[in-house]
Structure formats: structure tokens, C-alpha cells
Design a protein around this ligand. Structure first.
Ligand SMILES: Nc1ncnc2c1ncn2[C@@H]1O[C@H](COP(=O)(O)OP(=O)(O)OP(=O)(O)O)[C@@H](O)[C@H]1O
Ligand SMILES: [Mg+2]
Length: 334
């Protein structure tokens, strides 16, 4: 049987920021993939490189100070990192193939242009239609994401809408472009709890109806386990564990993943329940050790962890479960 082709496959991605305090290795040899109609989550603490990874693939890294130092991102058989950031091909990737939804939609919506004008511009960049038809398509896109009175809303400026509405507009852009992959970077963090649930539900509904793939970037491991097919756990610019949601939930292998899981509040927990958090702080990405970057915080770390080079990702069990941990390797050898 021929091996299934991934929709997007990223291999050995490396991105650094060259700052006064040195080279910040934000993305340090990261590989991952997403299949057709798959929902994949990327989780990890603040600053571990989740956003920079996604922004690198979209070639939206500000350079300088940022620079993609290596790696490839294969989309439909072509390495999109070979395209120039401002090329026609790369612009076609952004929007037509991959849509990005950010935590704060004001960063991607232009504050001085009406929602309708922005929507129709996006539509006309990707489809050869008249302004009038694009306007109608914009109205349908807004209606499809549950925005009431879409005709009137088209004439609004982004600041005239609530955060939840603006996020719906961003989802409408993905709908209008008929993107194959939606990358949602903390799409609901800036919203209140009720709106968070509604926007997430809408996003999952759109992904299901349009048969798109979805990458959700978040630090909330608890929430994604409800809908993600697979999960990548990042720590200090690397992926340290990956597998199906079930594998990670039932047999987490890396102590960092185990720590993240025990930091997830249980639904039935009362307010008195003490939440376990992982002690200590992530390392300085400008001064990364050659050894396992998690070792100083790891309750299981021993001399080998603190002395030998960073562990590689290895098959933990099955075909899809990988972890980068010396402890895991030792268990195999004994
Ligand atoms: N323009 C920049 N200049 C210097 N360093 C940067 C720049 N942008 C990002 N970084 C650094 O790259 C690292 C990874 O950042 P990134 O935004 O990817 O983290 P993240 O995992 O998305 O965190 P969060 O959960 O807070 O969004 C951080 O240490 C950050 O300080
Ligand atoms: Mg981020």
C-alpha cells in the first residue's frame, strides 16, 4: 500500500532571532505533519516556540531579527519555504491554501477598512469574480459563521465589533477562501469563557463542513484533548512528545507531558483542589544547554540526563507515539 501523503509536512525547521543577548533559538529542529481533515494540536508553555513555528511556515517572521535557518515545509509536493516571502506563490499559500487565525484578530484585520471591503479584497485575490459577486460571497461567508445581519455588518469597521465577532470574521475569511488548512493560534484566549466555547465550536463546525485540516496552537492541553486527533508537545523550541490524543492521555511518556497533564483541572474538581504545576521556569532560549533542556525541572532526571546530549525523538510504542527522553531510552535498554 502506498504511504498516505500528508497535507503539510514540516521537516527539521529551525528559526532563530538574532538579538543583543545572542541567538534566541526559538524553533530548534522541529518536524511535524498534518493530514487531510485531521485536527492536530500543538501545546506547550508560553515562549516554547509554538507561534514562531507556525509563523515560519507561513513566512511571516520579521527579518531581521528573525531568520529561518533551515528545514522544509512540503505542501502539495512543493517546499513552500523555497518561495520568497513576498512572492505570488507564497501569497497564494496564505489564504488560498492555509488560513491563519490569531489570538487577537485586530492584528490581521485592518482597523481603518470596513469588514466588507477586507473580505471582498481577500475573495478577489483568490477568485476571479466581480466586486458585486465578491460582496455577495462575503455576506454568505459572514452568515455561515453565524453573524446576524451580515449585510449591515459588512459596513462595520473591525473596532465596531466585539472580540468574538472579529474572530468569527477571521473564520469567515477562511470559509471564503476555501482554505485546505486552518492554523488557529490561541484563537479563543482573548475572549471570555462563554464566547471561547462558542468560537471553538464554530471553528470545529466549519472544519468539519469544509473538510479542512486544523492546527490548534494552545497552552491548554485539557481543552484540546476533547477534539484533537493528534498532539505535539513543545518544550524550549523542540517537540518533545507526539502521538494520538489517546496515546498521550493514557500513556504519556515524557515527564513534561506528564506534568502538563497533571496541571489540567478535572471537570469535577472543586475549587479547593490544588492544581499541580510544573516547578521552575523554561530555559533561556539564547543560552540553551546541550543536554535535555527539561532536566533542571524534571523530577526523574539523573546524572545521565544532566550530562549526555539532548535526547532524540524515539518511537515510544505503536507507530505514532514518539518521545525525547533519556529515561524512556534507558527503560528500553533494561
Ligand atoms: N521578534 C522577536 N525577537 C526576539 N525574540 C523573539 C521574537 N519573537 C519571538 N521571540 C522569542 O521566540 C521564543 C518563542 O516565541 P513564541 O511566540 O513562538 O512562543 P509561544 O510558544 O507561541 O508562546 P505563547 O504561548 O506565549 O504564545 C520566545 O522565547 C520569544 O521570546
Ligand atoms: Mg504564541
Amino acid at each position: 500500500m502506498a504511504e498516505k501523503k500528508h497535507l503539510l509536512e514540516v521537516n527539521h525547521l529551525k528559526t532563530s532571532f538574532f538579538t543583543d543577548s545572542g541567538e534566541v533559538k526559538a524553533v530548534n529542529d522541529v518536524s511535524y505533519y498534518v493530514d487531510e481533515q485531521e485536527i492536530v494540536a500543538v501545546v506547550g508553555e508560553s515562549g516554547c516556540g509554538k507561534s514562531v513555528t507556525q509563523m515560519s511556515v507561513m513566512q511571516l517572521i520579521q527579518s531581521p531579527p528573525g531568520k529561518i535557518l533551515g528545514g522544509e515545509a512540503i505542501l502539495e509536493g512543493r517546499d513552500i519555504l523555497k518561495f520568497r516571502p513576498d512572492s505570488k506563490e507564497m501569497r497564494a499559500v496564505r489564504g488560498e491554501k492555509i488560513s491563519m487565525i490569531f489570538q487577537e484578530p485586530m492584528t490581521s484585520l485592518n482597523p481603518v477598512i470596513t469588514v466588507g471591503k477586507q473580505l471582498t479584497e481577500v475573495i478577489r485575490t483568490h477568485k476571479k469574480v466581480s466586486k458585486k459577486d465578491a460582496w455577495q460571497m462575503g455576506i454568505s461567508a459572514l452568515a455561515s459563521v453565524g453573524i446576524p445581519e451580515p449585510e449591515a455588518r459588512m459596513k462595520n469597521y473591525p473596532f465596531e465589533m466585539s472580540g468574538g465577532m472579529r474572530q468569527r470574521v477571521m473564520i469567515a475569511v477562511a470559509v471564503a477562501c476555501n482554505s485546505r488548512l486552518i492554523v488557529a493560534d490561541e484563537p479563543t484566549t482573548a475572549l471570555d469563557v462563554t464566547t471561547q466555547a462558542q468560537v471553538m465550536e464554530l471553528l470545529l463546525d466549519v472544519v468539519d463542513k469544509m473538510k479542512t485540516s486544523l492546527i490548534v496552537v494552545t497552552h491548554n492541553l485539557g481543552l484540546v484533548t476533547r477534539y484533537a486527533d493528534r498532539i505535539y508537545v513543545m518544550y524550549a523550541g523542540r517537540i518533545i512528545e507526539s502521538g494520538t490524543t489517546e496515546e498521550l492521555m493514557t500513556k504519556p511518556c515524557h515527564p513534561y507531558t506528564i506534568g502538563l497533564l497533571s496541571a489540567v483541572p478535572k471537570l469535577d474538581a472543586d475549587e479547593q483542589t490544588h492544581l499541580t504545576t510544573i516547578e521552575g521556569a523554561p530555559p533561556d532560549l539564547a543560552n540553551l544547554p546541550d543536554v535535555c533542556a527539561f532536566a533542571p525541572r524534571c523530577p526523574y532526571a539523573d546524572e545521565e540526563c544532566k550530562n549526555s546530549t539532548h535526547p532524540e525523538l524515539r518511537l515510544a510504542d505503536g507507530h505514532t507515539h514518539f518521545a525525547a527522553c533519556h529515561r524512556k531510552i534507558r527503560r528500553e535498554e533494561t
